[in-house]
Design a protein. Structure first.
Length: 136
């Protein structure tokens, strides 16, 4: 692994780190937003949301530093894969709510949740590239 490729913080990598930091913070500040998408099979939805928020913050911080970027990249990819079902559930719930309320706000939120789903693939690719130590 070259120093140049592993220490360079390019835009996709910085963006992924920022997304993790923002989302992780939101998980801790407004956990009630995320509690409904925690699978019912998991105990204590609030704890699950808090732990996932801390994991996102740790991944985001880890992506920023060259010495922790490789492990943070792999952890970030795993986290993105792991939370994908919850993101699908959020879209399903938002769709039901939009259908029930029929307001521009609920329709817009639903559209945003659906649009986010395919964006997970490029985020996983950026994380995996960081995990390989080849930059992003």
């Amino acid at each position: 692994m070259s120093t140049e490729s592993s220490s360079r913080l390019d835009l996709p990598l910085a963006g992924l780190a920022a997304l993790f930091l923002g989302s992780g913070t939101l998980h801790l500040v407004r956990p009630q937003v995320f509690e409904p998408i925690v699978p019912s099979a998991l105990p204590d939805a609030r704890k699950v949301v808090e732990v996932s928020g801390v994991a996102e913050i740790v991944c985001g911080l880890g992506l920023l530093h060259p010495k922790t970027r490789r492990i943070a990249g792999l952890a970030s990819a795993a986290l993105l894969v792991g939370v994908f079902p919850a993101n699908v559930q959020m879209s399903v719930d938002a769709g039901k709510r939009a259908n029930r309320k029929r307001t521009p706000k609920s329709a817009g939120f639903f559209a945003g949740t659906v649009a986010r789903l395919p964006l997970q693939w490029p985020m996983i690719k950026v994380a995996l590239r960081a995990g390989k130590g080849t930059g992003a």
